[in-house]
Design a protein around this ligand. Structure first.
Ligand SMILES: Nc1ncnc2c1ncn2[C@@H]1O[C@H](COP(=O)(O)OP(=O)(O)OP(=O)(O)O)[C@@H](O)[C@H]1O
Length: 341
């Protein structure tokens, strides 16, 4: 059994503008799994639904985002539960301790008017209620030292740290309770390359030594190439391919993955890179059938009418494309198109 099994998951942003209901189909009927101890990368261009998917996998769903259907089943240490059905108390217990999150933009993690120590104390106290001050002081100091961070960060305000140091402190906070699963949303974005390297090394060290499972969102394919085991490629609210990273980078199957990989510059190769023609669709009104078909050089009639199912084309390699199978997604179009409210 996989550590995390996502089944038929749909989550839309539901808004009303001048009385007209608008559904942004950011996560649409996804079924896939995450294996214990792996690092799964979520790739895809801006706006394809990566951050929204993470929010749902963490059950951090607030209006206008709404889960319409589906399950997010976790299974570890003889615990089995659908995160979306847990009450607030159980959610609070599971978050940080078992399932942790490195959010996009480290500035939002810490309260700007409180020293960083206070945030660490709050997290530890919530989960280790009976521990006395000495115990959690020791835990904080040992964890920071283990990650090579100076203890002075604890007595700093967030704005006093550089972007890189703040991001590494955010990672320290997210991992202090040794979670089973870590979700990271663009952990290296907005950092310069040298600092990026430090952050990546820190994540790799944590994974190597704690054997936790990571799901990492980034649109930076170099980070995928460096860090992850498998990559799930998202396009317009759907997962179109899941593959071992080596296979994806050398021989991508889905035409969109092909564009994504072939648009990467290669040293010594001066040829112009081909990118996908046109633009990604609006998720409020995506095209019928395969969402990539208007930009796909191989589109056939079936692609315009039906949504291809994500099938296992080879062992461990999943692709949703009618070039590989005629299977149609179950429950396609179950959730209706935009309606008047
Ligand atoms: N609060 C919101 N209300 C309505 N639509 C939203 C809201 N937040 C995000 N969206 C839309 O949902 C879609 C998916 O956004 P999401 O942030 O998940 O994409 P992403 O792949 O993570 O992109 P990025 O890398 O730019 O964050 C986009 O079309 C976005 O405009």
């Amino acid at each position: 059994m996989s550590l995390l099994e996502i089944k038929d998951l749909s989550a839309y942003y539901i808004t009303h503008v001048f009385g007209v209901k608008r559904d942004v189909k950011a996560v649409d009927n996804l079924t896939f799994s995450v294996e214990e101890n792996e690092i799964l990368g979520l790739a895809g261009e801006s706006g394809c639904g990566k951050s929204t998917l993470l929010k749902v996998l963490l059950s951090m769903v607030k209006p206008p985002l709404k889960v319409l259907k589906g399950e997010v089943n976790y299974s570890y240490d003889s615990k089995n539960f659908n995160l979306l059905t847990l009450d607030e108390n159980r959610l609070r217990k599971v978050r940080w301790e078992d399932i942790s999150y490195i959010p996009q933009g480290s500035m939002s993690t810490f309260n700007p008017v409180r020293k960083i120590r206070k945030t660490f104390e709050d997290v530890i106290k919530t989960h280790k209620k009976n521990a006395d001050k000495e115990v959690y002081e020791k835990l904080m100091e040992e964890h920071l030292k283990y990650l090579g961070l100076p203890l002075e960060v604890l007595d700093s305000y967030p704005h006093q740290l550089s972007g890189g140091m703040r991001q590494r402190t955010t990672i320290a906070l997210a991992t202090i309770l040794e979670p089973k699963v870590i979700f990271a949303d663009e952990p290296t974005t907005a950092l310069d390359v040298v600092v990026q390297r430090g952050v990546i090394q820190m994540l790799k060290q944590l994974h190597r030594e704690h054997r936790n499972t990571m799901v990492m969102v980034t649109h930076d394919m170099a980070v995928h190439a460096n860090v992850v085991d498998r990559v799930a490629v998202m396009y317009a609210g759907k997962i179109v391919e899941i593959s071992k990273k080596e296979k994806l980078f050398t021989n991508p199957s889905h035409p969109y993955s092909n564009f994504l990989i072939n648009s990467l510059p290669k040293i010594g190769d001066r040829r112009q890179r081909a990118s996908a023609p046109g633009n990604p669709p609006s998720l409020a009104n995506p095209p019928e059938g395969c969402r990539f078909h208007p930009r796909c050089p191989y589109a056939k009639d079936i692609c315009k009418k039906h949504i291809p199912k994500l099938i296992e084309a080879e062992k461990g390699h999943y692709v949703a494309c009618f070039l590989f199978s005629d299977e149609v997604e179950e429950g396609e179009n179950v959730v209706q198109q935009t309606t008047r409210g």
